[in-house]
Design a protein around this ligand. Structure first.
Ligand code: URA
Length: 210
């Protein structure tokens, strides 16, 4: 996991040491570790059981998540739910979180829509203390990174999901598997094929958990 954060942009000072998930969530609500908190509605912290064996890490909350304050409750979350179910992985047993805890967006040129914008490396690094603290509390047997932003956050900036998806990596105390982001499945020209490949990766996850 990347460890460097710029002096001006880091969540580190907001993360209470050794706090449980409930206290981390409360503290994260007031995070101003980078500028993404300003236009966002709220911090979207991770959700799920403290003793989950599996942690899924996405990129950042989307428009729906920003409004509702929960991770993966929009269209990507619905696709993820379906795939988890088909891979025999119960969402209720999974801790779901994001590499970045605020929605980054630009307003659409016309109308009220907010267009997702990929977080910068600096924003990802600034937010990492939260993910580290979540992992330290949950201590899962396996971490699954959904998409390049999460994979680069956990496995380093040089990691390429396209080359290493579905393989078990080791990072610090954790086994890690990277796969694509469910949003990329929704956008794929051949959505059925993209979904099948995503499901195949989640079946590797299921098998690894035993
Ligand atoms: N995409 C993500 O990466 N995370 C969410 O919570 C929702 C959409």
């Amino acid at each position: 996991m990347a460890t460097t954060a710029s002096r001006t942009s880091s969540a580190a000072a907001f993360v209470p040491e050794g706090a449980d998930l409930a206290a981390l969530r409360r503290a994260a609500a007031g995070c101003q570790g980078c500028d993404l908190y300003k236009p966002a509605t709220q911090t979207v912290f991770g959700a799920g059981p403290e003793d989950a064996g599996l942690v899924l890490v996405g990129e950042q909350p989307g428009d729906v998540e920003d409004r509702q304050g929960e991770p993966f409750v929009g269209p990507a979350g619905r696709l993820l739910d379906k795939a988890l179910h088909e891979a025999d992985l119960a969402r209720e047993g999974v801790y779901l979180t994001n590499a970045v805890k605020h929605f980054k967006f630009v307003p659409a040129e016309r109308g009220k829509r907010r267009i997702h914008k990929t977080p910068s490396r600096g924003e990802v690094v600034a937010c990492l203390p939260w993910l580290r603290a979540e992992l330290a509390q949950v201590r899962p047997g396996l971490v699954v990174c959904l998409g390049a932003t999460a994979a680069k956050a956990v496995l380093g900036n040089a990691f390429k999901v396209s080359e290493r998806r579905g393989q078990v990596e080791r990072f610090e105390d954790y086994d890690v598997i990277a796969t694509v982001h469910p949003s990329s499945v929704l956008r794929a020209p051949d959505r059925d094929e993209a979904y099948r490949s995503f499901l195949a990766d989640l079946r590797v996850v299921r098998a690894h958990l035993g």
